[in-house]
Design a protein around this ligand. Sequence first.
Ligand code: MCN
Ligand code: FES
Ligand code: FES
Length: 907
Amino acid sequence: MIKRTLKVNGVEKFIICENDDSLANVLREKLGLTSVKIGCGTGQCGSCSIIINGKLKRSCTMKMKRVADHTEIITTEGIGTPNKMHPIQIAWMSHGGAQCGFCTPGFIVSTYALILSNPKPSRDEIRDWFQKHRNACRCTGYKQLVDAVQDAAAVMRGDMSEDDLLFKMPEDKRIWGSKYPRPTAVAKVTGTLDYGADLGLKMPEGTLKCALVQAEVSHANIISIDTSEAEAMPGVEKVVTYKDIKGKNRVTGLITFPTNKGDGWDRPILADEKIFQYGDAIAIVCADSEKNAKAAAAKVKVELEQLPEYMNAPAAMEEDAIEIHPGTPNVYFEQKIAKGDETAPIFDKAEVIVEGSYYVQRQPHMPIEPDVGFAYLDDDGKLCIHSKSIGLHLHAAMIAPGLGVELENLIMVQNYAGGTFGYKFSPTMEALVGAACLATGKPVFLGYDWYQQQTYTGKRSPFFTDIRLAASKDGKLLGMETDWICDHGPYSEFGDLLTLRGAQFIGAGYKLPNIRGLGKTVCTNHAWGSAFRGYGAPETEFGYEVLMDELAEKLGIDPFDLREQNIYRESEGDTTPTGCQPEVYCLEEIFAQARPKYEEVKKWAAEDAAEGFKRGVGVALGIYGSGLDGPDTAEAEIELNADGSVTMYACWHDHGQGADMGVLGTAHEALRPLGLEPEQIHLVLNDTRYCLNGGPAGGSRSQVVVGNAIIAACRNLLDAMRKPDNSYMSYDEMTAANKAIRHSGKWSAPATDCDENGQGSPFACYMYGLFISGVEVEIATGKVQVEKMRLIADIGKINNKLVVDGQMYGGLAQGVGLALTEDYEDIKKHSTMVGAGLPYIKQVPDDMELTYVETERPNGSHGASGVGELPLTTPHSSIINAIYNACGARVTHLPARPEKVLAAMKG
Ligand code: MCN
Ligand code: FES
Ligand code: FES
C-alpha cells in the first residue's frame, strides 16, 4: 500500500492504493474521474490520456509507484464541464467530433496539451501530434478532429469567437438536414457520459466481478472441468460452468433459411462437450473483486483432447476434415444465383472474358471500447441484462431458451457503446452475465480487456470469390459467373444471410442481364463470423470492382468510362442482380458529379511524385441495401407530456453512429405542425422494458425502418390531437376528451425475400456511392499511402449533416485499413490494435471530400435512405485499383501489406 497526494484538476487529493495499481484505474475508481477511459489498456489508443505536470501521458500503463507525490494532473473534467465548456469541447461538438465518444476525452486532453505548446498548429502538426501520442479513433476518420482543433485554437487565440462555433437554429426552425449537434454530444465531449465500465463502478455493493476461463486451443473435446481449487480461492462466490445453466446452454442462431443443414443451436453459452474456437468460454468465476476472480480463473483445470484445427474454409472443406459440429457438414449452406439466361453459351461466344480470384480477410472491428456488460435481478425477479447489444429484442430471443428464462422475464438494456461496427449484432457476453447472475442470484459485472475483445468477439467472415465477366469488344457487359465461399467460423448465426449477400451484391450497380453462381457457407475453427459494417458488401463487391479494372485495361477503355457505360439506367429498365428495379436510378447523376473529381485526382496522379514513389488513381462503385431482407419491420411510440413536450420511446440502437440524433431529427421533422423546440422532444431509447421492438441497428436500416415507424407514431399522435380547424389540442384538452396520449407507429418495408435463385426485391431502399482514391506507393518497400479520397454518394435526403459526414469519413478510414493493414488471422500477432493494423491518423488521408446527390427515396423516412455501411462498401477496391494504376501491382488478396505489394510489383 502507498499513500499519494495528487493535485487533480486543481484540487489536492489523498489516495491510498496498491503499488501496482494503474493511475488510470485510481483516477476512475478512487476519484470518480471516469472521463479517463480504458480502451486498449496497453498504451496504444490514447483514450486514457491525461496531463501530468504539464505533459501529455497515457495513464493506463503508469503504475502508482511511479507517480510522485504532489504530481499535478489534468483530466477532461478539469478542462470544461457541461455548464462551462471549453472551446475545444465546443469545437468538437460543432464538427461532430464525438460519434461514439469513447476516444473523445482523450483527444480533448491531447488537444489541450497541444494548443498549450503550439497555439497555432498547422494541419500537419496536429496530425503529427495525434500520431505521436497515439490518439486512436475508430469512428470519425480523423478529418473533423483536425478541423475542430484548428477552430478551437483560433478561439483560444482570439481569432474567432466561440459563438461562431455554436449551432444557429435556422429561420424555419427545422433541424432536419442541418448540423444540429447530437443530444449526447455535451456529455461526450465533457467526459460525463457513462459507458458500461463507468456504470460498472456504480453498481450496488455486493456486485460480483466476473472473470472467464477461456479456451487456448481452437478445436478440442472436453474431457473434464475441475473447479475445486478455484472455488477455494479468496473472495470467490461461485465458479459457474455449463452444469449451472438451466436452459439449453445454447445461443440460437435463429436460422434464417430452411435449406441450412444446421439447426442453429450450435453456440454453447459455456462450453460443455467441445471447444470450437480459441477463446470459447468454459467457466465464469464470480468473486468479490476482479483481481480475485482472475486469480481463481487461472486455477480452473480443463482437460482436453485436441482435435485438428480448421483455420480457414479450404481446410474445413478437405475431404478428410471431420465435422466440427458432429452431424452437420462443414459446408452447411448453399445459395444459388440464377438471373436471366444460362451463361455458358454467352461465355462461349463472348468477345472478351476476364476472370479472377479474390480474398477479403477476417477484418477485426476494433472498437476502442472493449466489450462490457452486467446483469441483475430486479424487484420483480426479472433478469435484467445491460450490454452493448445493438439488437435488444433479437438478442433476448437468441439467449432466453439457452438460459432457461421466459422471454417476458428478460429485460435487455443498451448501455452507451464505444463503437461496435457490427460485432454487437451478435450477443457476445449477454448470456454469460445472465448465466452468472442466475447462478449466484447476485448482480454481476463482466468487462473484457482489449485482448479478449479482439480474440473473443466475432469478426468479418473472410470471402473467397471467383468471378468471370463476359463483355463485347466495345465494353458492354453480357454476363457474369461467380462462386463465393464464406468462412463463417464455428457458429452459424447469420452466416446463411451473409452468404445470400453474394447473390445480391456481386455485380451490383451494373446492367448484368445474365448471372449464374453459387455461394457456400463453411464452418471453421477460426473466429466466429459476426456482422461487420457492410455485411457482405466489402466482401462481395471487392472482386468484381477490381475485375472491372482488368476488363477496362483489356479493352483499352478508361475504368471510369467503362463503369459509366454499364451502370443501371432507367431508360433501359435495368435491374439489380436479384432481378428487381432499383428504387431510384441515380447512378447517372453520381457519375456526372464524379467526373470532375476523377479528372482532378487523375491529374494529380499524373504529376510527378517524389523520388522513389509512384502515384495512381482508382475508382470503384459501391452499393448496399438499407434494411434487413424482405418486409423488415419496426415499431416505436410517442407520448404527449403534461407540459406540452413529448417523449419518444424507440429501440434505435446506438453503436455510436448517432441514434439519438436519428430519432430526434426524424421526430422533430414529423412533429413540425406542433412547433416544438428540439429540447421538447425527450428520448427514452433502447430498453425493452419501455420500448417496442425496433429491430437491430444492422443493415443501415434504422433511418429507413425505425425512422418510418417514428414518423408513423408521430402521425398517429398528430391525428389524435388535431382539431377540426387543424389546430392541435393541448395535453389538458386531450385528457379532458379522454383521448389517448400515447401512440405507437409501425412500418414494414414493401420488399420481398429472395428465392432459391437469389431473385426478389429484398430492400426498399439502397445507398449508392462512387469511390475515388489517389495513392502513392513507395517502390522500394511497397508501402502505400492513401493521399486522397472522394466519395460521391446518394443516400437520399439527409437527416443530419454532421452525422452523415461523420459516417462517411469514418467508413472511408476503415476502408483504408481493410485495403492495407487490418487483419485477424494470427491469433497472437493480431491481438492488439497495432498488431491488427488499426489505422492511426497519419494512415488516413486528410484530403477527403464528400459530395451528396440527394435523390428522395419513395419509401425512405422523409425521403432518407440509410448511410452507415455505404462508405465501407468498396473504398478498398478503389485503393487496390489505384495501387495498380500507380505501379502495376495487382493485389487480389487483402490486406495489401507492403510485402504483398512488393511481390505483386515484382511479379
Ligand atoms: N442518417 C442521416 N441521414 C440519412 C441516413 C442516416 O442523418 N439519410 C443518420 C441516422 O440518423 C443515423 C446514422 O446516420 O444516426 C446512421 O443511420 P443508418 O444508416 O440508418 O444506420 P443505423 O442507425 O442503423 O446504424 C447502423 C450502421 C451500421 S449497420 C454499423 S455496423 C455502424 C454504423 O451504422 N456502426 C457504427 N455506423 C457506425 N458509426 C459509429 N460511429 N460506430 C459504429 O459502431
Ligand atoms: Fe491507455 Fe489505450 S492507451 S487505454
Ligand atoms: Fe472516436 Fe468513437 S468517436 S472511437
